[in-house]
Ligand binder design. Structure first.
Ligand code: NAP
Length: 418
């Protein structure tokens, strides 16, 4: 009996200890003293099974950096390509994906000017955005307006800055031009459509999967199904005085996002602006798709460009920010965009919010072409329970456990549709 009582006391003490340490952890977390944080880890390049939530050491801001308590992160098509190992200059895994986030400034490093603890901000990050806490150089951080939600802010930076720079810095969009937007219902596509509406008489040809047409019809002038042969219709709709040779359809379809700008009298500009979405054909990288895509892109003779008054341009926001160090140019663009936001001329379209633990399902939604607007990882959202057993648990040890591919086939979570 005495032994039993002693045992119970030990057990009770143990429980109290656990409770105290749990409360201490919670207190430390809320006071910002926690030494660890949750983050999405990509353990290797490949399928969805390479992603999981794990605990990582909390980063501390270095000189010139801002430490942000993250509220929301943007999930882009680019992140699918990172996961597959399908873009250049990738860091070695394991890595934390993500190029943008929004949140609250928790502290600043030495010699960091312009930010105070408690500021609401959005930021570009060179990977590592999909975490509870992020440190990034102050030149990549921007304050957000009071009325902008954290989800909107996480949907704003990459999409609108990329769209703005492609339209106005690269393509020099002006009154009366025409713009062809692939994936018009996507995050960048909707940003392009909204920015086009800030210039008079711009015709926007949008290409998107059929089921999105009702939702996005008002954002473009003409809308085509992505499987239709829209090339002829686009040509017909542009009443041009100069004869121009439009890119062949295979070339169009090889672009995830292209802009065709037509200047009514003088010349035609075809701006090859991004991506190779068509190289993402399955859950993992396909060398066949890469080769096919490369082969299908029309080869260009520079002399012909001169003769036909055409321009081909390339643009990479990530390289501009992280390789070429053009942060001040991006800052000036961000200032203009925030003016447009404050004037209610533009507003990010948020497709759905997902918990960090739901990152696989969120990515699957893009793979399935299901999104209209931007997908957001909401750091504070509780994951919706899976229908079958949940395999995306947080690994307390931080060890990466491999899962067989396709194990999520029978499990589904419903997103929070914004
Ligand atoms: N150059 C830059 O600096 C820069 C910056 C940001 C983004 N980008 C590029 O801009 C494009 C749009 O980016 P985003 O983040 O806004 O993505 P997003 O458009 O939201 O991406 C999803 C949509 O892309 C379309 N899509 C095209 N090919 C696809 C494929 N193979 N698999 C699944 N969906 C496919 C689908 O729409 P439909 O079925 O309706 O066509 C899908 O709903 C991407 O190619 C991205 O790499 C470039």
């Amino acid at each position: 009996m005495a032994k039993e009582a002693a045992g119970m006391t030990e057990e009770t003490e143990y429980m109290i200890d656990r409770q105290v340490s749990k409360e201490a952890d919670t207190a430390a977390e809320s006071s910002g003293d926690a030494k660890e944080m949750r983050a999405v880890i990509l353990s290797g390049f490949g399928g969805l099974n390479k992603l999981r939530v794990s605990r990582k050491p909390m980063p501390e801001p270095q000189e010139g950096e801002v430490k942000i308590r993250v509220k929301a992160c943007g999930l882009n098509f680019l992140d699918l390509m990172v996961r597959q190992g399908a873009i250049e200059n990738l860091p070695k895994p394991p890595l934390v994906p993500g190029f943008e986030c929004s949140g609250i400034v928790e502290s600043v490093g030495e010699n960091t000017e312009g930010f105070e603890i408690g500021d609401r901000v959005m930021a570009f990050v060179n990977y590592n955005a999909w975490a509870e806490v992020v440190c990034t150089p102050a030149v990549l951080v921007h304050k957000i307006p009071d009325e902008m939600t954290f989800a909107e802010a996480a949907a704003f930076s990459l999409n609108f800055v990329a769209a703005y720079m492609m339209l106005f810095e690269v393509a020099n969009l002006r009154d009366g031009m025409s713009v062809l937007v692939h994936s018009a219902g996507g995050g960048v596509g909707q940003a392009v459509a909204q920015l086009c509406s800030t210039v008079p008489n711009v015709t926007v040809f949008g290409i998107a999967s059929c089921f999105k047409h009702t939702a996005i019809r008002d954002s473009v002038t003409h809308l085509f199904d992505r499987n239709a042969d829209y090339t002829q219709e686009v040509k017909r709709d542009i009443t041009c005085d100069v004869k121009y040779k439009c890119a062949k359809k295979p070339c169009f379809s090889s672009l995830s996002f292209a802009i065709l700008c037509y200047l009514s009298l003088l010349f035609l500009m075809f701006v090859f602006l991004s991506g190779a979405s068509n190289t993402v054909t399955g859950e993992t990288k396909s060398f066949f798709s890469f080769a096919k895509s490369w082969w299908q892109v029309e080869k260009v003779n520079p002399i012909k460009l001169y003769e036909e008054n055409k321009v081909i341009a390339g643009f990479s926001l990530l390289n501009l920010l992280f390789k070429q160090g053009r942060c001040s140019l991006v800052k000036s663009v961000m200032d203009k965009l925030l003016c447009l936001y404050n004037q209610k001329k533009i507003k990010p379209v948020v497709d759905s919010l997902w918990a960090l633990e739901e990152v696989k399902e969120a990515m699957q939604r893009i793979h399935d072409r299901g999104n209209i607007g931007k997908l957001i990882l909401d750091v504070e959202k509780t994951p919706t329970p899976l229908m079958a057993s949940d395999s995306t648990e947080t690994s307390e040890t931080g060890e990466e456990e491999e899962e067989p591919e396709g194990d999520n086939d029978s499990k589904e979570r419903m997103p929070f549709i914004h």
